[in-house]
Design a protein around this ligand. Structure first.
Ligand SMILES: NC(=O)c1ccc[n+]([C@@H]2O[C@H](COP(=O)([O-])OP(=O)(O)OC[C@H]3O[C@@H](n4cnc5c(N)ncnc54)[C@H](OP(=O)(O)O)[C@@H]3O)[C@@H](O)[C@H]2O)c1
Length: 246
């Protein structure tokens, strides 16, 4: 039987493009997001274009943590098992410290970090029973260095990377692969309001790169690998004065 992938945040951007890419490759798809109307349109279009063996959709807000576990179990049953889980749902709200943005900052951590942790915890419980599986998380190059104007976003993505590193050690020899991906700028509604998006790539290219890295079961990688593998290292050592001007 073909492999099945469960994706959070599949109604837009990277999650949506990856649903098309994996559908084209013949994967069974379990697609979730809050906007169910968009998911329905996406599933119809994927079925028309690529006719994968199965496409299931469910409304899911990853900050309704109990729902994450329930939806995951229901969908695993509906599409005959899940092999790969992609914790992708995320927000970038552009918060500043000390300017009354605490609610935005809290929301960012709730979605990007705690929502992803709930997704991965549900996945780990299921894969431990199954005896195999693959968990993939979408962090960001923002995890490499705290940047002005996105303190909570950078923290949520750095937290996600460390959470997954710990998960890899804890699940060592349990036959569960862990892949952390650190995208640079990929053209999606998350960042299309920004005036500067260096080394921007299209969402289709981003999804192709992510699909390749998932199939290779890499432990971690930037997306695309070059130039962000170099820039990522550079970001860590740049003086604060330069970072402050970014
Ligand atoms: N684009 C980039 O350059 C870039 C770079 C690095 C990392 N990333 C990461 O990539 C991931 C996808 O972002 P994107 O660029 O594709 O942005 P996007 O087009 O805005 O998509 C974000 C997705 O997350 C979902 N989402 C938001 N809040 C949610 C919630 N509470 N519960 C469930 N789903 C929720 C949205 O669906 P609904 O609104 O329908 O729920 C949407 O499908 C994010 O984690 C982002 O941080 C993106």
């Amino acid at each position: 039987m073909s492999k099945a992938i469960f994706i959070t945040g599949a109604s837009s951007g990277i999650g949506k493009a990856l649903a098309f890419e994996m559908g084209k490759k013949g994967y069974r798809l379990a697609l979730t997001a809050r906007r169910e109307d968009l998911l329905r349109e996406i599933s119809e279009e994927i079925n028309r274009k690529h006719a994968p063996p199965a496409v299931a959709i469910r409304r899911l807000d990853v900050t309704r943590y109990d729902d994450v576990y329930a939806v995951f179990s229901e969908m695993a049953e509906e599409i005959g098992g899940i092999d790969i889980v992609l914790a992708n749902a995320g927000v970038g709200l552009g918060e500043k410290v000390g300017r009354g943005d605490f609610e935005k900052a809290k929301r960012t951590v709730e979605v990007n970090l705690i929502g992803a942790m709930a997704t991965m915890d549900a996945a780990a419980a299921y894969f431990l029973k199954k005896g195999e599986g693959h968990i993939v998380g979408i962090s960001s190059v923002a995890a490499f260095r705290g940047m002005p104007g996105s303190s909570a976003y950078c923290s949520s993505k750095a937290g996600l990377g460390v959470y997954m590193e710990a998960m890899r050690a804890e699940l060592y020899r349990k036959n569960i692969d862990i892949t952390v991906l650190y995208p640079g700028f990929i053209d999606t509604p998350l960042n299309d309001m920004l005036s500067s998006r260096p080394f921007l790539i299209s969402v289709e290219k981003g999804a192709q790169s992510i699909a390749r890295l998932i199939e290779k079961k890499v432990k971690s990688s930037t997306v695309p690998v070059f130039p962000w593998n170099i820039i990522g290292r550079l970001l860590k050592i740049l003086p604060t004065g330069i970072i402050a001007r970014m």
